[in-house]
Design a protein around this ligand. Structure first.
Ligand code: F6P
Length: 360
């Protein structure tokens, strides 16, 4: 057991339902074994700027289990390695300051709750001597080494509910409804919500699509008597020979923003089928609201395990879900990689067997 008496906790990257559940679990588990918790605000900003941190006791986290968002705030522009500052001694990035502040604050460990970008930053700080434990978060479910990230189940539940609602109006008007969901470069949300919502076509980045194949399948449905169809499109999907649809290119340390493929698919299907089509973008609604019970439980288990890893001195690690267990993975085995939907994934092959088209 390590003799750490004070740890820092932060949330980085886009928010995901369940962040507060992790914070609560970390604070309670740590407090119960005599470790003090300092909450750092807005990702690594809490270790750059003074007065951006506060002590968290179990009383401060009472009632946050079911809340979306994060009581600590977050940012996806919080990479201290990407912000050079000019001083009389030359140009430095902010990472030195983070390390300095970490020690000044008397912290013995840092729990970093974030997605791939934030975990990559955590890994770099681990190399700078900060004892780090990561907690994987993202609605996209694209982090390597863990079957699930918390937030994913909530996003899928929301998207499924939206698809259910679109079904009734699609059927009433004999229309094709196209729904664009998040997921960045992977199709996990589209695949799971599409299958759960009974979609007829699911377009994911892992399978570049041919719009004519999609149209042919939807027209076949018409001939068989179903005069409406539901198409779920992942924001990162693209056609064969085509490219990603962006609303904003990467700039100033910000990652590129995906979006717009839903509208394009909608227009292309109207043209190819001659049917009335409409499109909906679910956007950030997928990230808001209360976490599902699954995500609350997973987030709580992640938080508890993260504190255990701190106590055991197992740093440079990330907690992960390897059903039925919560395990530790080495950060170097995880960061910089993306967990895509495998082509032999049972849910994908099952959907195909049921007649769902992926446009391939
Ligand atoms: O990674 C989570 C996610 O919601 C992606 O699905 C989406 O592409 C992106 O974040 C949107 O990020 P922002 O908060 O910058 O709009």
């Amino acid at each position: 057991m390590s003799s750490i008496s004070r740890l820092g906790v932060l949330t980085g990257g886009g928010d995901a339902p369940g962040l507060n559940a992790v914070i609560r679990a970390v604070v309670k588990a740590a407090s119960n074994c005599g470790i003090e918790c300092v909450g750092l605000e807005d990702s690594f900003d809490g270790l750059i700027e003074p007065d951006r941190s506060r002590l968290l006791t179990p009383r401060h986290v009472t009632g946050i289990l079911r809340l979306g968002g994060t009581i600590l705030g977050t940012t996806n522009r919080g990479n201290p390695f990407a912000y050079p500052v000019s001083t009389s001694e030359g140009t430095h990035d902010y990472s030195d300051r983070v390390v300095e502040m970490f020690h000044q604050m008397g912290l013995g460990a840092l729990i970093v709750i974030g997605g791939d970008g934030t975990l990559a930053i955590a890994h770099r700080f681990s190399g700078c001597g900060i004892p780090v434990v990561g907690v994987p978060k993202t609605i996209d479910n694209d982090i390597v080494g863990t079957t699930n990230c918390f937030g994913f189940d909530t996003a899928v539940a929301f998207a499924t509910d939206a698809i259910d609602r679109l079904h009734t109006t699609a059927e009433a008007h004999h229309r094709i409804m196209v729904v664009e969901v998040m997921g960045r470069y992977t199709g996990w949300i589209a695949l799971h919500s599409g299958v759960a919502g009974g979609a007829d076509a699911i377009l994911i980045p892992e399978i570049p699509f041919d719009i004519e194949h999609v149209a042919a399948r939807l027209l076949e449905r018409d001939r068989l008597g179903a005069k409406f169809s539901i198409v779920v499109v992942a924001e990162g999907a693209f056609s064969k020979g085509g490219s990603l649809s962006l609303v904003e290119a990467a700039r100033d340390g910000r990652v590129e923003r995906l979006g717009g493929i839903g509208v394009q698919v909608c227009e292309a299907l109207a043209h190819a089928t001659g049917k009335e089509t409409r499109s909906v973008v679910l956007g950030h609604l997928q990230r808001g609201g209360a976490p599902t019970s699954f995500d609350r439980v997973l987030a709580t288990r992640f938080g508890g395990k993260a504190v255990e890893l701190v106590r055991c001195g197992e740093f440079g690690t990330m907690v992960a879900f390897a059903p039925p267990d919560i395990v530790a993975r080495r950060l170097e085995d995880v960061v910089g990689r993306t967990k895509s939907v495998p082509m032999d994934f049972d849910l994908l092959t099952t959907a195909k067997r049921l007649g769902v088209t992926f446009g391939d």
